[in-house]
Each structure stands twice: as structure tokens, then as C-alpha cells.
Design a protein. Structure first.
Length: 270
């Protein structure tokens, strides 16, 4: 907070291709569900510091660089789709959950792949630096599936491997797979698995560890957004309406688990 007050600037890290959470729009600006939340948090920070203005600086944070950027102080908030788990909480702090999803795979319908066991002996892509690739590797070893794991730098690269038949499947959070399918050239050509690689887990906004004052302000802002019902409008904009890109619509109603998380915001510590 002292740094933000001194510089009158808050730096938000975002992903370039994580539709609809955080991505670069056609005019080059940072947009998305998580970005909207962080912009509102920034306004809350401005009010708490009693600043006339607060500049928002947007910086690209990839799956491979996001934790380093937060820990080094180069970004104040990482606002994309980052899973909160115990291992990561050793490095950084997480805000209250703002989304809940599980790891699944996408494949071409023509491949006939439906279950995780169907991936045995095949080349499967996932994005480097993510929980998803860790879950894939763990299951691969545990079940002796002999999967050849192909690492992608970004989600769009992983999906492209399936599009171009370089991989049989792409493993990622179910909601992010739905985004890749929705914006593909042939959405009807793909299927997302019912099988999951683990239980549903929440996304949170990343902050530096051991900065209790800043974390409290971030969570206070989110609690206001959630409990007031403002979150319903934001969710409707990004998951139930045509997206500001080519007008495609996720048509993804809010899950019961997410509604409960918004009614009573609480830290996820599992």
C-alpha cells in the first residue's frame, strides 16, 4: 500500500489468451472477468488511500512467469485464472475465490476419446507451469498410462496442437477449454471430457505473501462485490452474454458451488 500510495500506480498482471478471464482485446487493451474484478479492487484501493487518481498499469503474466512477477513485486495483483492450492500458498497469497472449476481434457469428436483411460499411449498437451499439467503427470504415473506429455507455452498453443493433430487431447481447466472450443473454427468438432483429473478447485487473485494489510483490502473489495450482488452483473457479462470479440456466448450458468462461495466469501485453505 505504501508503494502504491507513493507511485499512485497499481500494476495488474493478466494473461493474453485466457478468455473470458483475461485476454488482449482487438484494440490491445486488457479485458476479461478477472480484469473487471481487479479494476474494481483498484478503485477500492484508491478510495482507501484517499488518492484523487490511481493509474492502472497492465503487464503480461504467463503461467510460467506469474509467481515470479508477484514475488518480486513487479505486479501487485495477478488477475487471470490461477488455481489456489496449498503448495502455491507457500509462495504467494490468494484472495477469496472468484471462480471454481476442475481439470478436464478436450479432443476431437472424431477421435472417439471420452475417458482419461482412452488417452493411454497417446500424445497429450497441457500448459507449462499449471496445476493441470501436474495433475496429468501424476495420473499418468499412477495409472501407468504411458502418455507422452507435450508442453505448451499458452492455452491457445495447447489447443492448436489438437487442432493440427499434433496431440490427441489438451488438458486444462474445463471453463478454459470451453473458451478455446467456443472461439475455434469448428466448435462442433470438439468434445470436453466428463472425466476430471481431480476435484473442483477455486481460482484466486494472486498477491505477495505476508502483506496482510493489502490482502485485507483486496478481500474487503471482493466481499463487497460478491455480497452486494454486483458479481451477478459481471458474471452475466462474461459467461452468459456475447463476448467482446466475435460475439460468441459461453451460456455457462453460475454453478451452485460458486453461488455459495459468493454468498459467504471465505479463504480457501484446503
Amino acid at each position: 500500500m505504501a508503494k502504491i500510495a507513493r507511485t499512485k500506480t497499481i500494476t495488474i498482471g493478466y494473461r493474453e489468451d485466457e478468455v473470458p478471464f483475461a485476454y488482449k482485446s482487438s484494440d490491445g487493451s486488457a479485458v476479461g472477468y478477472s480484469v473487471d474484478l481487479c479494476n474494481l479492487i483498484a478503485e477500492h484501493v484508491r478510495a482507501q488511500l484517499k488518492l484523487d487518481t490511481l493509474n492502472i498499469n497492465y503487464a503480461v503474466a504467463t503461467p510460467a512467469t506469474r509467481f515470479l512477477l508477484v514475488k518480486s513485486g513487479k505486479i501487485d495483483l495477478e488477475c487471470s485464472a490461477t488455481t489456489n492450492n496449498a503448495e502455491r500458498r507457500e509462495q504467494v497469497s490468494f484472495s477469496y475465490p472468484h471462480f471454481i472449476t476442475a481439470t478436464r481434457f478436450v479432443a476431437k469428436k472424431a477421435s472417439g476419446l471420452q475417458s482419461i483411460k482412452d488417452l493411454a499411449g497417446r500424445t497429450v498437451a497441457s500448459t507449462t507451469g499449471t496445476v493441470n499439467v501436474e495433475q496429468l503427470q501424476d495420473l499418468n504415473r499412477a495409472d501407468k498410462l504411458n502418455i507422452s506429455v507435450l508442453l505448451a507455452r499458452q492455452n491457445s498453443d495447447g489447443f492448436a496442437f489438437v487442432e493440427n493433430d499434433k496431440a490427441s487431447a489438451f488438458v486444462m481447466d474445463g471453463v478454459l477449454l470451453a473458451a478455446q472450443v467456443a472461439f475455434s473454427k469448428a466448435p462442433d468438432a470438439y468434445v470436453i471430457s466428463a472425466d476430471t483429473f481431480g476435484p473442483p478447485e477455486p481460482y484466486g487473485i494472486l498477491m505477495r505473501k505476508d502483506d496482510a494489510a493489502f490482502k485485507s483490502i483486496v478481500n474487503d473489495a471482493l466481499k463487497t462485490i460478491f455480497v452486494s450482488g454486483q458479481i451477478d452483473q459481471i458474471y452475466e457479462k462474461w459467461f452468459m452474454s456475447p463476448l467482446p470479440q466475435d460475439g460468441r456466448n459461453f451460456n455457462l450458468p453460475m454453478s451452485a458451488e460458486l453461488k455459495a462461495a459468493f454468498r459467504e466469501p471465505a479463504e480457501y485453505l484446503q
